[in-house]
Every structure is written in C-alpha cells, then in structure tokens.
Design a binder for this molecule. Structure first.
Ligand SMILES: Cc1ncc(COP(=O)(O)O)c(C=O)c1O
Length: 406
C-alpha cells in the first residue's frame, strides 16, 4: 500500500522490527543519513572491536599479537562471517585489498579457464573502476575488452570469455538476476565476476544456491565496515585450486613463514591474499558484522524498498526524473533521481541536515539503509526536497561551490 501521509509513515515506524538497531549506530543528532550506500555509519560494536585491537592487542602485545590476538587468521575468520551474509560456504571468502584490485586478480585468474577466445566483457554503465580495470587488464594481457550496451551481457555469454557484472547497478539500482546470468554463462563456458558492492549487507544474495563462482564486493557501504574497509573476495569451493592469482604475494603462499624462495599457492581462497592485511580496519569490520547476527535479509531489503518507494512517489509529484525501477519494482537500496542542477539541490538538502550524494553529471542518489533510517525520516526529507524545489532555494550561489568529494 503506498505511503501517502506522514501518519502512515509514523505507523510503520511504530511496528518496525529493525527500529531498535538505530541505537547501535552513532549518527549525529539532526542528520538524516541517506548515504549509507556510499559509506555506512559507525556502529558501537565496530568501535569497541577497533579499540580492543588498537589499545589491547597492539598496545600491549605488539608484534606478538599476530599470534596472541589471532591477527594472522583474521582475514579468513572475517571472510567466513561475510560468507554467511552472501550465502556462500565457509572457507570460500577472504578479505583483502580493494574491489578494484580484487577485480584485477579475479579476471586475470579466470581468463585461462573461460572457453572461447580470451576476452573481457563489461556493460558500459558499470561502475567506472570496473571498466577501467577491465580495459587496463586487457591492455596488459593483450586481449580484447568488449564494452557492451546495458542489458546486452547475458546474450554475449554464449561466446565464452570473462564478464564483470554488478549485482546492483551503482547508478540505477537495478538488480541483476544472478541465477539467470550464471545459467547463460554455463551454456557458453563463460565465467562471471560479480561486483557485490551495492548488494552486500542489504540483499539475500544466496551466491551458492544461484551458482555464482567468483565475486568481490566492498564492506564500507551497507556492511558499515568503515572508511577504506578492505574488500572481500569469493571463489566457489572446488574452483580455487585451478586459479592462479596474478599477484602471488607472500601471504598467499602455502607456508609464508618458511620464507621459501619458490612460490607455492595456499590452498583455497587464501591464495588471493597478496600482502599484510589492514588489521585495524579488519577489526572494525569484524565488529560491524555483529549487527547482522540473526538478522533476516528479507526484512532489510523489504524496508529499503518501501523507503525507496516513498522517495520515488514524492519525486514524481515534484516532476523529477527517476532513473531507478519504480514503486513496487525490485531495486537495491538506493534511488537515483535526475536534475540538471542535482549538485546544488543535494547541497541545499545538506544544509537542512538531509545528507544525500551526487553523481556527475546530473544524478542525485538517496541511499535507504534500513538499519538507520525510519519511514518518517524519508517522508520528512521529501517534504524538505519539495520545499527546496518550490522556493528554488537551490539557486542560491553558495550551493554551487563544488567540493572534491561529491
Ligand atoms: C559498484 C562499485 N564497485 C567498485 C567500487 C570501488 O571499490 P574500491 O574502492 O574498493 O576499489 C565502488 C565504489 O563505490 C562501487 O560502487
């Protein structure tokens, strides 16, 4: 049922099973944080774990903490917790590097296994880093990189090769059909590397069930792992032993502390770890994952959908163009609206404590993290947006000053 009044939004808040979780996050008073799809807010367990590793293990045990605090196995342990979030088997996920670097490693490792002529494919509207990595790696290896129109990649899978694909598109918020794409990939002997950045911590991905074999994703968005939190990397069990990482670093060695001059890849996904993991960031991420213990992803996604529906309906009333799937249609956690002066409008909203983001050239993005937002938060934001549009407040010159990060 569409939400058409503040009273209705308030009634939904009163029976929201996720409402209590807001208290476990630190969001400053007076801020409506609609940017959880970019950098999730800090949670109490993340801060506690970070402090424990910094002031406890590091300050007291120093280098000994690699053993005493179990730092040497932390990436694998946190990987197992993330495996639970994405519906993968324990042992199939590790935490390392960034999404950009992990895409590089996975595509390079997958190419020799894919059937057909070696080629990297990607749709033109994927996140820029995914495309840059595809094109850069193709140049390095001397293989072609085919840029496909949006929606054309499933049909191309019949030709084999490696495809990079997002589970949720960063701009439109459209959700890919992982099972369908994987079936098409099997038919052509292609391999798909999934970018799960905008899906992890929000949607029940069920990677194992859907037949996904290779994936990476960031942990600083809906997982709330913190600024620069390391990414994760997934390889379906059974496949790993046939893959070679193009960055064979010492911590991906089978016995790193033998200091063997010859490289021998570790068993399983651990071979994709190249160098020393960022322990303090891993510790914060480990704490952030406490929030998800016992949570039902269908609640998270359903709430994000309703919050997005409120936004889209009101935006349509204001005559704003919507890039995302409309009310009642499946989408990720954010909604993208378009306006030629999107940047200025986002700044005007920020002045009122409503934080959204802007993606050049003309996209206003609102992220609906269901852990920290209420239905009335979103209703009230849209009332402010309506006022900013009606009064043309955004035309004030102070809103046109561009910051480095938008
Ligand atoms: C879909 C997607 N992929 C990749 C990235 C970049 O990941 P990283 O900075 O970890 O390389 C982002 C960043 O926002 C993203 O939205």
């Amino acid at each position: 049922m569409p939400i058409t009044s503040r009273a209705q939004a308030h009634a939904l808040d009163a029976k929201d099973p996720l409402a209590l979780l807001r208290g476990r996050f630190r969001v400053p008073d007076g801020i409506t944080y609609l940017v959880g799809h970019s950098l999730g807010p800090v949670s109490e367990p993340a801060l506690t774990r970070l402090k424990a590793h910094a002031e406890g293990a590091w300050a007291k045990d120093m280098v000994g903490a690699w053993n005493s605090a179990g730092w040497i196995d932390l990436a694998g342990r946190v990987g197992d917790r993330l495996a639970g979030l994405i519906g993968a088997e324990p042992g199939s996920v590790t935490v390392c590097d960034s999404v950009s670097v992990n895409l590089f490693k996975l595509v390079a490792a997958a190419l020799p296994l894919a059937e057909g002529a070696p080629v990297i494919r990607i749709e033109s509207d994927e996140f820029p880093t995914d495309r840059y990595i595809a094109e850069g790696l193709a140049r390095t290896l001397g293989v072609p990189c085919e840029i496909l129109p949006p929606g054309a990649s499933d049909a191309a899978l019949i030709k084999g090769g490696v495809l990079i694909r997002s589970a949720v598109n960063y701009r439109t918020s459209e959700i890919a059909d992982i099972a369908r794409t994987e079936n098409a990939a099997r038919a052509g002997g292609a391999l798909v590397i999934w970018d799960l950045s905008h899906a992890t911590g929000l949607i029940a991905l069920e990677l194992g069930q859907k037949g996904a074999l290779l994936a990476t994703g960031c942990t600083y968005k809906y997982v709330n792992g913190g600024p620069g939190a390391p990414a994760f990397l997934y390889v379906a069990s059974g496949l790993c032993d046939r893959l070679q990482t193009p960055i064979p670093g010492w911590l991906g060695h089978k016995r790193p502390f033998d200091f063997d001059p010859a490289y021998e890849a570790a068993d399983g996904v651990g071979r994709f770890v190249a160098g020393t993991p960022p322990i303090l960031s891993l510790a914060a991420l480990d704490g952030a994952l406490d929030i998800f213990e016992g949570l039902d992803f269908s609640h998270l996604h359903e709430k994000a959908q309703i919050l997005g529906d409120i936004c889209i309906r009101q935006a349509e009333n204001l005559g704003l163009r919507t890039l995302s799937p409309g009310p009642g249609k499946a989408r990720g956690g954010h909604v993208s609206l378009q306006h030629d002066h999107g940047y200025e409008i986002v700044q005007a909203l920020k002045e009122r404590g409503r934080q959204a983001d802007f993606r050049a050239p003309d996209t206003l993005r609102f992220g609906f993290s269901p852990l920290i937002l209420s239905y009335t938060d979103v209703w009230d934001t849209m009332v402010d947006l309506a006022d900013i549009m009606a009064t043309q407040l955004w035309t004030a010159p102070r809103f046109a000053l561009r910051a480095k990060v938008t």
